[in-house]
Design a protein around this ligand. Structure first.
Ligand SMILES: NC(=O)c1ccc[n+]([C@@H]2O[C@H](COP(=O)([O-])OP(=O)(O)OC[C@H]3O[C@@H](n4cnc5c(N)ncnc54)[C@H](O)[C@@H]3O)[C@@H](O)[C@H]2O)c1
Length: 191
């Protein structure tokens, strides 16, 4: 089977996870990585064996040999990159939340439709075994008819105050709540 060639934009905490997971997948290889901080991109490239390093995502979309790209930049910085990737006919896996403004959401959707590329948002609770087991239980009717649902998340305050330098430009509802909202919606829209 031909291997899917991935490019990654954003060589931060989560971008490194994308790189590690793609590089360990038998049908995927990461051909290029980009970060506005070239040192961060180079560090992950040398650790994960990625051949091409860029600091400008437009240049990467133009020159790198990749079929699809992962957009793993801060929440507020997905829109412009996704629109540019679509213009270069790159399929995309975009980190959650898709965007933090309604305008960016529509810009991304319009660009993807216009350029006929696929976009998936990384709402990976859907692929996580415990959530998937719960979803299957709802689908099988084991819980009867579900009328309402509630989800509680616990996290340390440090994530919002120190871990994410860009947290003030997003919100806990965006970077954590988007998973919960998606999961509950998935459970409740089941047949
Ligand atoms: N799916 C999940 O469970 C999950 C988990 C963690 C983070 N995330 C999401 O992943 C994204 C990144 O989070 P993170 O924790 O890795 O943040 P981070 O701050 O560690 O990394 C972001 C990187 O993007 C780079 N960047 C910013 N703007 C750029 C641009 N225009 N061009 C190139 N590089 C640019 C920064 O230099 C930085 O290295 C966020 O949207 C976050 O919500 C998702």
């Amino acid at each position: 089977m031909e291997r899917l060639k991935m490019g990654i934009v954003g060589a931060g905490i989560w971008g490194e996870n994308h790189a590690r997971i793609y590089q360990s997948h038998p049908f995927v290889e990461v051909t290029a990585i980009c970060d506005m901080s070239p040192q961060k991109a180079e560090a992950i490239a040398s650790k994960m064996g990625i051949g091409q390093v860029y600091s400008d995502y437009n240049e990467m979309f133009q020159k790198a040999d990749c079929d699809a790209v992962a957009i793993v930049t801060p929440d507020f910085a997905h829109g412009d990159i996704a629109v540019a990737a679509a213009a270069h006919k790159k399929h995309m896996l975009i980190e959650k939340p898709l965007a933090t403004t309604r305008e960016d959401v529509y810009r991304i959707v319009d660009a993807a439709e216009k350029n006929q590329v696929r976009v998936m948002v990384d709402l990976h609770n859907r692929f996580s075994p415990p959530f998937n087991a719960a979803h299957q239980a709802v689908e099988r009717g084991e819980l009867g008819t579900v009328y309402s649902a509630y989800m509680r998340l616990n996290d340390v305050k440090w994530v919002a105050t120190d871990m994410l330098p860009w947290a003030a430009k997003s919100s806990i509802l965006w970077f954590l709540g988007s998973h919960s909202l998606d999961t509950l919606r998935w459970f409740l829209t089941t047949r």
